[in-house]
Design a protein around this ligand. Structure first.
Ligand code: SF4
Length: 324
């Protein structure tokens, strides 16, 4: 007999998609507008590290920013007014995407975030940042905004292994991530988590162990990426020298479905696959985007007769974490 797919899972997709979450949370659908808030990254400027994460060419992460260099309010205004898919929406979330978007003095942060709300149709902000850029003063700023607006902070976990995080020069640990996520949740702020499958020296078991770990932390969303190599990143030379390999599509697809089966249905899926501009992407070149990946994930869940959360159980994170 076919399983009954219950809310908050999407009845067709078989997983909890972030679009549905936002529509419930905000009272209707919302579109993201990516902006450049003029931030830098402490893992590049020497405050935490130099050289950045070894897979990072930040230009490859932020192709959606259409008007970089302009004041935030102007980027928002122009993005909303530009022709494109945004025209179907009446409600917008401004995504501070480029580099580490809580890495500034509190007064400066408040000014930049508030600028997003100059447009009356902006319902909230999404702040992409590192877990070590969320001190008390920054949390106070985010709490103040979240009193009357939607706020989601997207933080990178990337791997469940501190050894892997060191190897890719992330500059933070799993524990730093967990503290930051808990501090945000204690203040009632939504948390979205970025996680990468297939980083050099990482394992599938560790990737899967993130599902019960994040479920227990009570985060609101997860963004899954596969490891890819982009031109201009420190990893490029190692890839060209044959020292690093990227995952194959079928392996990634099955790992994602395994992950979703272990993830609480309460955690919404923001993304299921990474992407990079064609001229920067070295590998893998699957020719698959978010739509194809979503369709393939749903087809695989159907084939297995399962859904998000179907195989939830405890203890896996502790086992894999202890082995790291
Ligand atoms: S991935 Fe993020 S934290 Fe790492 S170097 Fe790039 S901007 Fe900085």
């Amino acid at each position: 007999m076919a399983p009954t797919i219950l809310p908050p899972l999407h009845p067709e997709l078989r997983y909890h998609n972030y679009g549905s979450y936002l529509a419930r949370r905000l009272g209707g659908p919302a579109a993201r507008i990516s902006v450049d808030g003029g931030f830098t990254c402490p893992n590049r400027d020497g405050a935490i590290g130099v050289g950045g994460c070894s897979y990072c060419n930040n230009d490859s992460f932020t192709p959606g920013i259409r008007f970089p260099g302009l004041p935030v309010e102007e980027q928002v205004r122009r993005s909303i007014q530009s022709p494109g898919r945004h025209h179907a929406y009446r409600r917008f979330l401004v995504y501070f995407q480029k580099f580490s978007n809580s890495y500034a003095a509190p007064g400066d942060l408040l000014r930049r975030y508030r600028a997003a709300f100059a447009h009356p149709d902006v319902a909230g902000i999404i702040v992409g940042t590192r877990p070590d850029c969320l001190g008390e003063a920054v949390l106070d700023v985010l709490s103040e905004i979240s009193r009357d607006r939607y706020v989601c902070v997207e933080i990178g976990l990337q791997s469940m292994s501190n050894a892997v995080l060191r190897h890719v020069n992330r500059g933070h640990t799993v524990e730093t991530f967990a503290s930051a996520a808990s501090a945000l949740r204690d203040r009632g702020i939504d948390v979205g988590v970025h996680l990468i499958y297939g980083l050099p020296r990482d394992t599938r078991a560790r990737f899967l162990s993130a599902a019960p770990f994040l479920s227990r932390l009570g985060v609101q969303g997860v963004k899954l990426h596969h490891f890819h190599v982009v031109a201009g990143s420190p990893m490029e030379a190692a890839y060209r020298g044959g020292a690093v390999k990227t995952p194959v599509y079928g392996e990634y697809l099955s790992a994602c479905v395994d992950f979703l089966e272990r993830l609480s249905p309460e955690v919404a899926v923001i993304r299921l696959i990474g992407s990079a501009p064609d001229h920067l992407l070295l590998a893998p070149r699957w020719g698959k985007g978010p739509r194809e990946m979503a369709a393939d994930v749903t087809a695989e869940l159907k084939r297995r007769g399962t859904f998000q959360g179907a195989r939830r159980n405890g203890g896996e994170w502790r086992k894999a974490h202890d082995e790291r």
